[in-house]
Design a protein. Structure first.
Length: 309
């Protein structure tokens, strides 16, 4: 092969490679996002976005409601060095501006402040939870898109493959134990008489489907994927197991132990109450993995007649 031929082939190859500084554009719910370089200083204004960045191996420079993340989400772990920029409902524009971000990730819930956010930094808007949306599909879209934006698409694909593998493994464990036949009701206690029960249109349904489990609550929930009900309504799911997701209301175990209604429930009488660690039901893709592992472990270990461990 001649030198000229080699040079021509090299030139063609270089032509196919992306040129540093070439702008790329992504469409999102708030319009379009155009960047010439992958962002390095990113702020997340909801926990689904925070979780997604951490899954990609990116530590955001600032997040909304940092303390709440540690209580409700927990994984992936958020470093203490990350700055707090206010609440998820009303973040501080001043705190955001001081961090000099080159990308802000938010949802349409922040629509009233969208123009102000754009003045600070390019903003990517995606809502995992909205009417008629499939939460896991939307969360997956956010992971893939942020993977593209940050040049970490391989990492995003690895995360999804890892979740799929985990779901297969946990399903196999449940099938081998022979405990996939009875429905499960997933609940968070709001107080000792009211719960949030997770519906088929929520994020957690993805975990139940992949584990081969039936949701004991068949009614559609709100677009967040849950229904707020009185404890008496749980009695409608008689032939089921009740899975209680932390955190718990202080003193809940004692209150329930002294409740004639609670002690009457068949799952209580059958020692089919299961308590599992917190899994954020309004997050990205990772809570599906976290819930699947915790739920499988709890069902295999066996239940009790209350929320005590």
């Amino acid at each position: 092969m001649s030198i000229n031929t080699k040079a021509m082939m090299l030139g063609a190859l270089l032509f196919l490679l992306p040129i540093a500084g070439t702008a790329q554009t992504w469409h999102h719910e708030g319009g379009t996002l155009t960047l010439e370089e992958p962002p390095e200083r990113i702020i997340a204004l909801n926990w689904a976005a925070t979780e997604t960045l951490l899954l990609l191996g990116i530590t955001p420079v600032g997040v909304a409601d940092k303390a709440g993340y540690h209580t409700w989400v927990q994984e992936p772990e958020l470093p203490d060095s990350v700055a707090n920029v206010g609440t998820r409902v009303a973040p501080s524009l001043e705190a955001i501006a001081e961090l000099k971000p080159d990308l802000i990730v938010t949802s349409t819930e922040m629509a009233p402040a969208a123009e102000l956010l754009e003045r600070i930094a390019p903003t990517y808007v995606i809502s995992v939870y909205k009417k008629d949306a499939r939460p896991f599909d939307r969360a997956r879209e956010m992971l893939i898109t942020l993977g593209e934006i940050t040049h970490r698409i391989d990492r995003a694909e690895w995360v999804l493959a890892d979740i799929e593998q985990t779901l297969r493994q946990q399903r196999k464990r449940l099938e081998q134990a022979g405990i996939t036949d009875k429905p499960v009701a997933l609940v968070n206690f709001m107080d000792d008489r009211h719960v949030r029960i997770y519906a088929p249109n929520g994020l957690f349904q993805t975990a139940l489907d992949n584990l081969g489990l039936t949701n004991a609550w068949s009614d559609p929930g709100n677009y967040w994927g849950f229904s707020a009900i009185g404890l008496e309504s749980v009695a409608d799911a008689r032939n089921s197991r009740i899975v209680v997701i932390e955190p718990l209301v202080p003193g809940l175990a004692d209150s329930l132990a002294n409740s004639p209604f609670w002690t009457y429930l068949p799952p209580v009488q059958n020692d089919e109450i299961y308590r599992i660690p917190a899994a954020w039901p309004f997050g990205g893709v990772y809570p599906v993995k976290r819930l699947a592992i915790a739920l499988t472990n709890a069902l295999i270990e066996g239940g009790s007649d209350n929320v005590r461990r």
